[in-house]
Design a binder for this molecule. Sequence first.
Ligand code: ZN
Length: 174
Amino acid sequence: MPLMEIILEGDPRLRQKATKVRAVDDGLRKIAADMFETMLDAPGVGLAGPQVGVMRRIIVVHLPVGYVHEDDPEVSLTLINPEIVKGHGRESGQEGCLSIPGWVGDVPRMTSITVKGMDLDNRHIRLKAEGMLARVLQHEIDHLDGILFVDRVEDRSTLFEIPEEEERAELLAE
Ligand code: ZN
């Protein structure tokens, strides 16, 4: 499957609102598969349609086993029209973005959320997420509304660029 080009901050598409998907068809399933490959290759833990120039409400997420805590299970998700219907708590944590390579900053997010959306078979789904998964989902859903994590950094002193020579693979890149 071909990798897609990840577009970078400054490209106006990252600032546009993505449109709702009426029904998932084979074309969108192919895009979802390509997005998933592109995210894994980057490597990243999440990717939203607009980041690859797809202006539709689609996100993919992949957290490897033990991503934060040793016993964390692997999470692989593709969500169509994801929407946060409930959320509570607030916690600041470091984020990065595949569209803003090398930069990280502390972003406050809800600690626990309920998201509804559709899967690739047009089934309505609803899921609860906490901690890192909740953070990644909020970051990706923001992309669908043209919002980047740097917009949500409250303390600008936490926003910085990791020097090239340092290992960037460890970063949370979405
Ligand atoms: Zn991002």
